[in-house]
Design a protein around this ligand. Structure first.
Ligand code: GLU
Length: 147
């Protein structure tokens, strides 16, 4: 089962997110990732295998941002690799997810038709593109609710 952590703080969050993911390792997983928001940009770092692999990355050590999310993945759609690891992000939306999106194939077809380019094989990535698409006309709350 996957594990999810999100922190909104006044201090940098990457180290705390990594430590929190380690506490969720007992659930079993195949890859891990973290995304933070810093200076208006979303930065994500992901790796196959254990949270240790993420922690070893010098990029994570220097990762800034006081808002962030982390995930340890249990793959259902797509190989267990770093591209399919969560978070999945666009320029302004970043998502971690537990479970299965039953209508992801249909949604992906719709979003590709709107010009969205997918990077991963996951069902999860449709959420990113759907909210990003909805943000063209709606506020964030409505963009999440609308489907
Ligand atoms: N359907 C998601 C994926 O394959 C499941 C992620 C999870 O629950 O860990 O990425």
């Amino acid at each position: 089962m996957c594990g999810i952590i999100g922190i909104n703080s006044s201090k940098p969050v990457s180290a705390t997110i990594i430590n929190s993911l380690k506490k969720l390792e007992y659930r079993g997983y195949d890859s891990a990732g973290i995304a933070t928001l810093y200076d208006g940009s979303i930065n994500e770092i992901k790796s196959e295998g254990r949270v240790d692999n993420l922690e070893k990355s010098s990029l994570v050590k220097n990762m800034e941002g006081t808002v962030g999310i982390g995930h340890v993945r249990w793959a259902t759609h797509g190989l267990p690799n770093s591209i399919n690891a969560h978070p999945h992000s666009s320029q302004n939306v970043s998502v971690v997810h537990n479970g299965i999106i039953e209508n992801s194939t249909l949604l992906k077809k719709f979003l590709v038709g709107k010009g969205h380019k997918f990077k991963s094989q996951t069902d999860t990535e449709v959420i990113v593109h759907l909210i990003t698409e909805n943000l063209k006309t709606e506020n964030i709350v409505e963009s999440i609710k609308k489907h």
